[in-house]
Design a protein around this ligand. Structure first.
Ligand SMILES: [Zn+2]
Length: 277
């Protein structure tokens, strides 16, 4: 049984502040060790639950956060960027389930370091009118491959936000958000115990979890992406894409036939936005 792990860092126990998720300082070096240890705990649980092949994708920022020499040897690691399908790169229809570790709430919502893909560029993101964060967008992509998201970990606000999208998935809460940059966290060892146990349960019952799908729209392309950019200048930039439609000074609409295309638009806009930083 093949299991896929997408590893982010904002939702890891003990992580609350921007410097912890940004390379170039000692706090980040400590946080990436916590991130790697949570991934290893989930791998141990997945193996106990019957996983025979585990693929881990480093999904945060530079996508060079997990420490390869400390990663559980049962897993293979995808690292670096850019890569097609970003946070779920390498996911194939023959995987039994996806674990989303260290995830976080979406832009303009509650929770530690909440954002959607790019905190500089993006406000709210909607697909077919449904407001989604990273877990929702990527989870819908996995759903289109008929692969369910079976576990998500992060803070309590994130767990509440994604419950309607993934009602059958295991949700692991490792900290209570007291704001955007403050939390009451369990000890990292406790977070790992919870992840190990929940990962085992999730893998054992992966076949019974329904994949998340966004109902395609009738008329035009099946998927309609609307992004509220964080400034009119960012929307000016997005509007350079010939097929983009500007709905108002900050909102851009793009469409795609597949969720992979929606991810492609999101990640392309994110990369373009670097020119205005
Ligand atoms: Zn991240």
């Amino acid at each position: 049984m093949k299991i896929y792990i997408s590893a982010d860092i904002e939702g890891v126990a003990g992580v609350v502040a921007p410097n912890q998720v940004t390379p170039g300082n000692p706090e980040y070096e400590r946080a990436r060790r916590l991130m790697t240890a949570e991934v290893n705990a989930a791998i141990e649980g997945a193996l106990a639950g019957g996983a025979t092949e585990i693929l881990v994708n480093d999904s945060h920022g530079t996508m060079l956060n997990l420490l390869p020499d400390e990663l559980h040897p049962a897993a293979e690691l995808i690292l670096g960027r850019p890569k097609t399908n970003g946070m779920f790169a390498g996911l194939e229809p023959d995987f039994a389930g996806v674990l989303c570790l260290g995830f976080h709430g979406s832009a303009r919502r509650a929770g530690i370091l909440a954002h959607t893909t790019n905190s500089f560029a993006f406000g709210r993101v909607r697909v077919n009118g449904l407001e989604l964060g990273e877990a929702g967008c990527y989870g819908a992509y996995a759903g289109e491959l008929d692969v369910p998201v079976i576990l998500l970990s992060g803070d309590d606000a994130f767990a509440e936000e994604i419950q309607p999208l993934f009602p059958e998935a295991e949700r692991v809460v490792v900290k209570q958000a007291l704001g955007q940059r403050a939390a009451r966290s369990v000890a990292p060892m406790i977070a790992r115990d919870r992840l190990r146990a929940a990962s085992r349960r999730a893998v054992e019952r992966a076949a019974n979890v329904t994949p998340f799908r966004i109902p395609p729209e009738n008329g035009g392309a099946p998927y309609r992406l609307e992004i509220e950019m964080n400034s009119p200048a960012l929307a000016d930039l997005a509007a350079l894409i010939p097929v983009a439609v500007r709905l108002d000074p900050v909102t851009i609409r793009l469409t795609a036939d597949r969720m992979a295309g929606i991810l492609g638009w999101i990640n392309s806009l994110s990369a373009m936005s670097a020119s205005l930083r």
